[in-house]
Design a protein around this ligand. Sequence first.
Ligand SMILES: [Zn+2]
Ligand SMILES: [Zn+2]
Length: 127
Amino acid sequence: MGALAAADHPTATELYEDVRAVNPRISKATVFRVLSQYSENGEIRRLHIAGSDDRFDATLAPHAHLRCAHCGKIRDVMFPELEPVFAAKCLEGCRVYAAEVDFLSCCPECAAAGADAAAESAACKGD
Ligand SMILES: [Zn+2]
Ligand SMILES: [Zn+2]
């Protein structure tokens, strides 16, 4: 859990590498099993992100993700307008398990590196 909180939305494989650095005898299967158990118990969140292996998140408070289209970095974003979306339990007669909101974006580091000229605009400099 400590490794998960320290890492930034890691995949199971990335987390295994981190844990193995501290405890070289741990097996990949153990790490994967513990992650599955924790996510089924609702102690951590499993994120299904297009184009990526599932990632894991120790932050349980409802939040959206900003995913950089260039470097793949994922950052958390709290978005008060989305609270009703995250609170939905039933929609169109379907029981809702989870809402995942994922903004495809360009992070400030990639904007500074020239990945997307429009991302350098004043509108994106505000926060
Ligand atoms: Zn980036
Ligand atoms: Zn997150």
